[in-house]
Design a protein around this ligand. Structure first.
Ligand code: PGA
Length: 268
């Protein structure tokens, strides 16, 4: 058994915002407002066209990594509009979002496709940040647990236990995304525990980081991150302005390093 310091991750999902010139301007301002901090990772998911520019602009910062918002599982082929993992890697991506709820619900991405993308990302050596979460109807119908378990089970079916060492998960209740309604710290912590139990039941006994996402902002990030179950946040709207995002990061970081933050854990 050894004590492994847990990282704290702040992930910015820009969705369909910030083309090349806006991404460059963001980087300039953001770099001046933040400095690397031990055990803290800053992840950015710009639109695909801005990955190369943004990755080049932040390359002197070891704490910052850049990812794609979506990738295809095939390395190349006749998939009009698709972008492959080797392409985003060449542009500077080291991560990719997989199965964001907007991909699942607006673009009809299935659990099986999410699993294929996750497996392909791992095979190419980039980190998949895989999103799970229930809709409002599913929550109201008392099916939250069932939905999360189903989404995880699609991944568990295709990944070897050891591959989970390189996976990061995000719990994002769909009803909390872009709506201003965020889950309470208790709600979030409870589902994070459910996810961890489900992984454990399937033989994943080491620590898989789980971020929380859904209307996280400067006003609620501290109370969410005081929960030891949360390893970071995945943020859309509140990550678009460089000063605002730097503020979320600084408030969240202060909250997490309190002794009650449970920053360390024991891993076998
Ligand atoms: P939001 O988006 O912070 O704007 O709710 C979060 C996400 O979709 O990842």
């Amino acid at each position: 058994m050894k004590n492994v310091p847990r990282n704290l991750t702040f992930a910015a999902n820009w969705k369909m915002h910030h083309g090349i010139s806006e991404a460059r301007a963001f980087a300039e301002k953001f770099l001046a407002l933040t400095a690397p901090s031990d055990g803290r990772k800053l992840w950015f998911f710009p639109p695909a066209v801005s990955i190369a520019t943004f990755a080049a602009a932040v390359k002197q910062r070891p704490d910052i990594a850049v990812g794609a918002q979506n990738v295809h599982w095939e390395p190349k082929g006749a998939y009009t509009g698709g972008i492959s993992i080797p392409m985003v890697v060449e542009a500077g991506a080291r991560l990719t979002l997989v199965g964001h709820s907007e991909r699942r619900h607006l673009f009809g991405e299935t659990d099986e496709q999410v699993a294929r993308k996750t497996r392909a990302a791992l095979a190419s050596g980039i980190t998949p940040l895989v999103c799970v979460g229930e809709t409002l109807a599913e929550r109201d119908g008392g099916r939250t647990e069932q939905v999360i378990v189903r989404q995880l089970s699609a991944l568990l079916q295709v990944l070897d236990v050891q591959q989970w060492r390189d996976v990061v998960l995000a719990y994002e209740p769909v009803w909390a995304i872009g709506t201003g309604k965020n889950a309470t710290p208790d709600d979030a912590a409870q589902i994070h525990e459910l996810i961890r139990m489900e992984l454990g039941r399937n033989g994943v006994s080491f620590y898989v980081p789980i971020l929380y996402g859904g209307s996280v902002n400067a006003g609620n990030v501290a109370s969410l991150l005081t929960r030891p179950q949360l390893d970071g946040v995945l943020v859309g709207g509140a990550s678009l302005d460089p000063a605002g995002w730097a503020d979320v990061i600084s408030r969240g970081s202060e909250a997490k390093v309190r002794p009650s933050g449970g920053f360390d854990l024991v891993e076998s």
